[in-house]
Design a protein around this ligand. Structure first.
Ligand code: CA
Ligand code: CA
Ligand code: CA
Length: 835
């Protein structure tokens, strides 16, 4: 019942606080002041063999300035007028590099540089000095602008559900700090998301920065790691308000017009608890921005498509009235937050529609590259400036004005609508600086507290056959946008291609293959990445149709092409349940594409975007599949092991997969059986499993080991989940002497789970892109599939030895420390830049 925010007090003072400020009168409290320095500090942490370090920048026409060396650090203070500048560091007079301590970027004359924003130094600044989320407890300090003006007013208010409440504070004249304490208790505050906003005014009316401090008050602490995401294409979801439906557009091809789904429909499904019953913790909704009117030619130069999908924006900050009103969107978010559900918007950063206000007013912000996939316009060579179609101009992220504008818009949507992160469309088609700048902005503007905003990217990649080495380029391409200063996670395209057709659809590969590639996702993405695995998306043909296309090509997409039909047998629904048994029990943040939970059928885009059907519109096979997915979703939601545990292979063969998900003090064993016979596996305590008592989660039956072994069973075409039963073990403590898990877990406490992730897509925006991927992939895939592969050989038990507790306490502590270090560095960086 109590708030479970974990208490972390961060004291940043010595690192940062005074590094760029002049503090006067410290021994006379009545005259204390902290005034901004009028210089900006550049710092370079030197490797041992560096002799000279210089900084050069746009502010003074690239004059060279030598940094001074002291105690392993090169530094210099420069007086720079407010502005946004390119700069570089020069090592040993010849080596021009980007500033390693600053992830912000700016292009000058087409050349990538570090970017620094010097703000107006006469404005005051407020900063967090100490924080604790046990209760909301912050200490901030006030730094006067260069003229030294004292503080005259502080605006402190709390935003919750878009309503504002003033909050009291106490000002400490003796050290120019102020304290904010809010007693968050269930009797005074309801659960949900809150944002504290603080801004100071000096005696001459100059405003400080506005500090935004979002946090959640909720029963148990949320973690993106292990969350379950549900992806909604709003127009194709539920139509909750007929009055906002657009008129039909006569020339649009079948399946490509607006259908009428809207925010009101999402609200009604939130009210019915549909998402909670699926164990869903976050919704990813297609773009909210106003989309183009009318219809446009599809990539085949034949069919016509409307902007129902959201990926053809024509304005930057307006909500499309066909989806609903601003207040309906806020109502949707308020309702979601009250249920603990996070909301991710879909942010299109690569292109706009030609009717977009920015393209109309600032055509120089865009590039009219060649149309990708046409003759002489290679998808890879022209990845950055190529366009998806002639009416979708490409955002030129090398133009600083455009870049800053799009970044501002990204943050604006988060703040204005109290969002919890973004899915970034078409990542591989924008300059990498767009991504690193976006991450810096999120850090600075939104992640001042311990509340993490999730940034998930779409770097659509293909499949190069069954060999790991051949797929390393795919992993690397996805990895290049993650890691420090990068996105939190990305769609796990490699895993999608590795398993959906090979294992679940054709069965060319067995469950050894499934285990092998699941493990590769843990090992080949950058440490700490929160990947999203998935089985289908708005850019792939429907899972159920890949499993049973009724004899038609599941990739057909237009009415005259013989589209996949609704399956009539139960077989594909059972196969789909097996596939979801895997998806919802593996690491990462799985994504369910709306409708896949009951087996909506359809070919490629747009046939994969049929209107969502609610329960009463489903047939028996579909209802049964939905029940199974709900059960799996809840099993995941109620299991810390299944959300955060490391993946450890235990056993696999043609149609049986057994794996463990391990945390420092527990493990859960999952069995998935796609065969026609019930199965049993006997596992040895100390070798395959590490506890002697387990709870059969689905049947609520406990059983304990006999002679150091335990037999686990699973029915045909079904799954079983067994979790370490701590109560039983405590009761039988005397039997525990041969447990080997203790040392095992301990030495692995620190490992970070790697994981996989998600989504796909390419979109409407990227119609062609998906074609590319398919050709890279699916074709190769099929051919190579039959030729067998070396990659699938597994290293079974040895591979299993790599797990251990992922979210152990020491791991949490380590992560906390790393976070603090990171925060310190970040703040150092902010201060360095800001003053
Ligand atoms: Ca509607
Ligand atoms: Ca581009
Ligand atoms: Ca984040």
């Amino acid at each position: 019942m109590k708030s479970t925010f974990f208490a972390v007090v961060i004291i940043l003072s010595q690192v940062v606080i005074f590094s760029n400020f002049i503090v006067v009168g410290e021994d006379d409290p009545s005259s204390f002041s902290r005034i901004k320095s009028n210089s900006t500090e550049f710092v370079y942490y030197a490797a041992s063999n560096v002799d000279t370090v210089e900084v050069v920048g746009e502010w003074d026409d690239w004059l060279r300035h030598n940094l001074t060396y002291s105690n392993g650090i090169f530094s210099i203070d420069l007086e720079i007028n407010p502005g946004f500048y390119c700069y570089k560091i020069i090592i040993d007079q010849t080596d021009w590099i980007l500033d390693p301590s600053n992830g912000y970027r700016k292009y000058c004359d087409g050349v990538l540089n570090s970017g620094i924003i010097i703000e107006n130094l006469s404005n005051p600044k407020i900063s967090i000095v100490e924080e604790s989320q046990e209760v909301l407890n912050l200490k901030l300090d006030y730094t006067a602008g260069t003229n030294g003006s004292e503080i005259s007013q502080i605006d402190v208010h709390l935003l919750h559900n878009f309503e504002r409440q003033n909050i009291s504070y106490s000002w400490n004249e003796e050290d120019w700090t102020f304290d904010i304490n809010v007693n968050f208790s269930a009797s005074l505050y309801e659960y949900g998301k809150y944002t504290l906003n603080v801004q100071a005014l000096d005696s001459e009316g100059r405003k400080s920065n506005e500090l935004s401090y979002p946090f959640w008050f909720e029963e148990s602490k949320f973690d993106w790691n292990g969350a379950l995401i549900y992806m909604i294409m709003t127009d194709r979801f539920v139509n909750g308000n007929l009055s906002n439906d657009p008129a039909p557009i006569s020339e649009v091809s079948q399946g490509a017009d607006w259908y009428g789904g809207d925010f009101a429909g999402v609200i009604s499904m939130l009210e019915s608890n549909y998402f909670l019953e699926l164990g869903v913790s976050a919704l990813w909704l297609t773009p909210f921005n106003g989309g183009a009117e009318g219809s446009f030619i599809a990539s085949d130069n034949e069919h016509r498509v409307s902007a129902y999908h959201g990926y053809w924006p024509v304005n930057a900050r307006e909500v499309d009235s066909r989806l609903g009103t601003e207040s309906e969107l806020k109502e949707l978010i308020t309702l979601a937050h009250s249920k603990g559900i996070r909301i991710l918007n879909d942010f299109v950063i690569n292109h706009v529609h030609e009717d977009h206000e920015y393209y109309q007013n600032n055509p120089d912000w865009f590039r009219d590259g060649c149309v990708l996939g046409t003759s002489g316009c290679d998808w890879t060579e022209r990845a950055l400036d190529g366009v998806f179609s002639s009416y979708m101009p490409d955002v030129n992220w090398q133009n600083p004005e455009a870049s800053e504008k799009f970044l501002d818009d990204a943050i604006w949507w988060q703040k204005e609508y109290d969002l919890d992160g973004s899915r970034i469309d078409a990542v591989k088609h924008v300059e990498p600086s767009a991504i690193s700048n976006l991450v810096v902005k999120f850090d600075e503007e939104l992640e001042n507290s311990l509340t993490d905003y999730y940034l998930i990217g779409e770097t659509a990649m293909g499949w190069s056959g069954d060999n790991l080495n051949d797929n390393l380029p795919q992993y690397n391409a996805i990895n290049q946008y993650m890691g420090e200063g990068g996105l939190d996670g990305q769609g796990d395209f490699v895993l999608y291609h590795a398993v959906v057709d090979n294992v679940f659809r054709f069965g060319f590969k067995d469950y050894n293959h499934l285990d092998y590639w699941t493990l590769q996702s843990q090992e080949n993405y950058l440490e700490g990445s929160l990947m999203t695995p998935y089985l289908g998306s708005h850019d792939t043909s429907r899972l159920i149709s890949r499993l049973d296309s009724g004899g038609n090509n599941p990739d057909n997409k237009w009415a005259e092409q013989s589209l996949p039909q609704q399956p009539t047998s139960s077989s594909p629904y059972i196969k789909s349940k097996n596939a979801f048994s895997w998806l919802l029990t593996i690491p990462g943040l799985p994504v369910i594409y709306m409708g896949d939970e009951y087996g909506e059928y359809g070919g490629s885009d747009p046939d994969n975007r049929h209107s969502f059907r609610t329960y009463n519109e489903l047939n028996l096979n579909e209802q049964e599949l939905l029940y199974s997915i709900q059960e799996l979703g809840m099993v995941r939601k109620n299991s810390n092991d299944l959300q955060k545990g490391l993946y450890r292979s235990v056993f696999s063969d043609n149609d049986l997969l057994v794996f463990a998900r391990e945390t420092s003090s527990s493990e859960t064993i999952v069995l998935i059986n796609s065969g026609d016979n019930n199965r049993e596996v006997t596992l040895n305590n100390g070798l395959d499993i590490f506890y002697n008592s387990y709870l059969d989660v689905r049947n609520n039956v406990t059983f304990s080991s006999v002679d150091d072994s335990l037999t686990f069973s699973v029915d045909s075409n079904d799954f079983s989940v067994f979790t370490y039963n701590s109560q039983e073990v405590n009761a039988n403590e005397s039997n525990d002497n041969n447990l080997t898990d203790i040392s095992f877990n301990d030495e692995n406490n620190i490992s970070v789970p790697l994981t996989n992730e998600t989504n796909d897509n390419v979109d409407d925006t990227e119609v062609e892109d998906s074609t590319l991927d398919l050709s890279l992939d699916d074709d190769l895939d099929l051919n190579q599939d039959e030729s067998g592969d070396s990659g699938t050989q597994k290293e079974k038990s040895s591979s299993s030895a790599n797990s251990g507790g992922q979210e152990s306490e020491s791991f949490l502590l380590l992560r906390g420390l790393l976070f603090i270090t990171f925060l310190s560095l970040l703040i150092t960086f902010i201060y360095t830049r800001g003053r």
